[in-house]
Design a binder for this molecule. Structure first.
Ligand code: MGD
Ligand code: MGD
Ligand code: MO
Length: 648
């Protein structure tokens, strides 16, 4: 950051950073717009209308709501957690992202930890499975390109023809929610043709015989029927994947936001164990790196989970709409304190969330940088600092570099960091515990003082000098080349005793989505199109930055991708406004007719604020708010809709 006379004037990446090479993404390239833009909240604001009274039911009537708005550890999960635990507030289950995928992968692998992201450059057969790398993880694309230049084949498995699918060698386009069936079909072919690594299976896995029994149910013809792919394509994919040397599956969260999302991850995680892809550098599975950071850092010293009373109820953040509107809750939610999240835009079943936020007897406080749709419903809006104004230690979901975030300028206006808000609240509430006195610097030091080998030589001083540090994970790390999976058996588990004991299916399997023609034919007769609402907006980070004019102009407007067949059947022409609707809501968008989706599927971007969208509703007005099978994530991609010409 270049600062002149106390004002930040220029933002640049660090050209010597090994992962980013100084490249900034479209989202944060103009971060100073956010710092100084006219949308920025500078002073506290109090509602002047009639809404909002105090609570009488004790701590449990208070619901905290926060997520990943601030990307760091100190501002994201420290004094706030201590405060709400001390208060005895209702506990929030923060499972909207990566929790389901992680839990699914952990059934097979014992962990969600795969290989290091840079090592994708060593892979020669790369499957980007349910992830839109070019849009959501541009820094990784550089390493994918390196692999491509060295001769790698890149396959994208996604029901939508994303920018990433366009840049790949091969786009496999299954029906949404059918990936487990595809993986089972692939495994059927691999085993039937003897393409698996029998030695790896023998030494480092368990349950192979039972898996083979299950695979009998998934010959390519059946997998083809379930996935809507040609049997021939499944066979070809299975052979190419097994032959890849090394073969890598890169996945993120696209597949997990489904009722059977956990099972999809569990099933896909079997593939590299079956083929022994883990043996080679660049082979195996690549998912999140957050686990490496959380293992290394002493995050618990910051959040102090030991203060929490585990008998107090939890509310899942995915179902905040239900919690706010449930009149049978005892005590009801009477106060809501939101920071670092925008539930009015990012939580599913938006109309229910808004109904809750509109409650006159709900006292809502929102700590924000800009006046989001959530903040618009608050009784008090308190201005929050941006990353340029506060201290933090920033972990990463996508690489193994830890970053020290120093404040470059004084807080703008009366903005305060999250930590300071909760220190002041603690004081005002009369909490006198010493742990409310920790400064941000204390918190950084606490997090670094874990003694974990991955932090060897990494100190506050070294971070101050260098800005960032690579966690001391071995170069060329092949975590499971010789087994060592952290499962109960120490092996990759095709068959899970633990799951068997819980009464669930001990083997990987496939079940149709509850909102699909196979899962609910009656509903599908009314709403025949499967709607995918992914993060296709390059300039937004979830709903962040969609409040900034520059970013919004760059995205122009949300569009609904529709196939020619479905458009013709509904009398919809390319570029025409349409109404996308189901029993939960209705969204007005412009249709983009073409081959980006197959018949029966449509797609539109998430992230747009409803208040800035045509018709005043955005994608989440349509989405389901059920929970996934594992990990407590949402099932918002299991959504059926109908599309009608506008005005009809
Ligand atoms: N530009 C931009 N970048 C971002 C974000 C952003 O909002 N904008 N958000 C950040 C966050 S919080 C996250 S978690 C990551 C997420 O990064 P990704 O997981 O890559 O992004 P998503 O859009 O959630 O999902 C990826 C793809 O999954 C596909 N998909 C949906 N259902 C299925 C299915 O049943 N099967 C298969 N095979 N594919 C399916 C969608 O069509 C989508 O293209 O991105 C991060 N990066
Ligand atoms: N339909 C659909 N819904 C989705 C998804 C999808 O793909 N489709 N993706 C899901 C996923 S993967 C995720 S991670 C969630 C994301 O959900 P959220 O984490 O809620 O994402 P954002 O919309 O980025 O909201 C973060 C807010 O925090 C504010 N903020 C930033 N820094 C600070 C700070 O330091 N202090 C305070 N107080 N506020 C700050 C920002 O201004 C912004 O308004 O959305 C989920 N919802
Ligand atoms: Mo996410």
């Amino acid at each position: 950051m270049t600062v002149e006379d106390g004002r930040a004037v220029k933002l640049a990446g660090d050209a010597v950073h090994p992962f980013t090479h100084g490249g900034l993404c479209a989202k944060v390239n103009h971060y100073l717009d956010r710092v100084y833009g006219e949308e920025r909240l500078l002073y506290p604001m109090r509602r002047t209308g009639p809404k909002g009274e105090g609570a009488e039911d004790g701590g449990e009537a208070v619901l905290p709501y926060s997520y990943m708005g601030t990307q760091g550890l100190v501002q994201g999960q420290s004094i706030d957690r201590r405060f709400f635990a001390r208060l005895g507030a209702t506990r929030l289950e923060r499972a909207i992202c990566a929790s389901t995928g992680s839990s699914g992968a952990a059934v097979t692998m014992g962990t969600n930890q795969g290989i290091l992201p840079e090592d994708i450059a060593h892979a020669r057969f790369i499957v980007l499975w349910g992830t839109n790398t070019v849009v959501t993880n541009l820094h990784l694309w550089r390493f994918v390109r390196q692999a491509k230049e060295a001769g790698a084949t890149v396959v994208v498995i996604d029901p939508v023809k994303t920018r990433t699918a366009e840049a790949a060698d091969w786009h496999v386009r299954p029906l949404p929610g059918t990936d487990a069936a595809l993986a089972l079909g692939m495994m059927h072919v691999i085993v039937a043709e003897g393409l698996h690594d029998a030695d790896y299976v023998e030494r480092y896995t368990t349950g192979f015989d039972r898996l083979c029994e299950r695979l009998r149910d998934y010959p390519p013809e059946r997998a083809a029927e379930l996935t809507g792919l040609a049997a021939e394509e499944i066979v070809r994919l299975a052979r190419a994947y097994a032959a890849g040397s090394p073969s890598l599956i890169r996945t993120l969260v696209g597949m997990e936001h489904r009722a059977h999302g956990g099972m999809a991850f569990r099933t896909i995680s079997c593939l590299p164990a079956l083929t022994g892809a883990w043996r080679q550098r660049g082979g195996g599975l690549l998912f999140l790196t957050a686990g490496l950071h959380f293992e290394a850092l002493n995050a618990e010293a910051l959040g102090m989970p030991e203060l929490e009373d585990e008998s107090i109820r939890t509310v899942n953040m995915v179902q905040v709409g239900r919690a706010l509107t449930d009149r049978t809750l005892k005590p009801p939610i009477r106060a809501l304190l939101v920071h670092s999240s925008n539930p009015a835009a990012i939580a599913p079943n938006q109309n229910l969330v808004l109904e809750g936020l509109r409650r006159e007897d709900l006292f809502t406080v929102v700590h924000e940088q800009v006046l989001t749709d959530t903040a618009r419903h608050a009784d008090y809006v308190l201005p929050a600092t941006t990353q340029v104004e506060h201290l933090d230690l920033v972990f990463s979901w996508g690489h193994e570099y830890l970053t020290l975030n120093l404040p470059a300028i004084e807080p703008v206006g009366e903005a305060i960091p999250n930590t300071e808000l909760f220190r002041r609240l603690a004081r005002a509430t009369g909490f006198t515990e010493a742990y409310f006195e920790d400064t941000d610097l204390d918190l950084v030091q606490l997090a670094l003082a874990s003694g974990h080998p991955h932090l060897e030589g990494i100190t506050f001083e070294s971070l101050l000098r260098d800005g960032w540090a690579r966690l001391k994970v071995p170069e060329g790390w092949t975590p499971y080349a010789e087994g060592g999976f952290p499962t109960p058996s120490g092996r990759a588990e095709f068959y899970s005793e633990r799951v068997a004991r819980s009464g669930e299916d001990p083997l990987p399997g496939f079940e149709p989505s509850p909102e699909s023609s196979a899962g609910n034919p009656a509903l599908a007769a009314r709403y025949p199109l499967a709607l995918v609402t992914g993060k296709s907006a390059l300039h937004f980070l979830n709903s962040s930055y969609s409040g900034l004019e520059r970013h919004r102009k760059a995205e122009v407007e949300p569009k609904l991708d529709l196939s020619e067949v479905d458009a013709a059947a509904r009398g919809v022409a390319d570029g025409e406004m349409v109404r996308v609707h189901n029993d939960r809501g209705s969204v007005s968008v412009r249709a983009r007719v073409g081959d980006r989706v197959r018949p029966g599927v449509c797609a539109m971007p998430s992230g747009w604020w409803a208040s800035l969208s045509p018709g005043g509703s955005s994608a989440n007005a349509l989405t389901r708010d059920g929970l996934a099978d594992l990990g407590g994530g949402g099932d918002f991609h299991d959504t059926l809709v109908e599309v009608s010409p506008a005005g009809s």
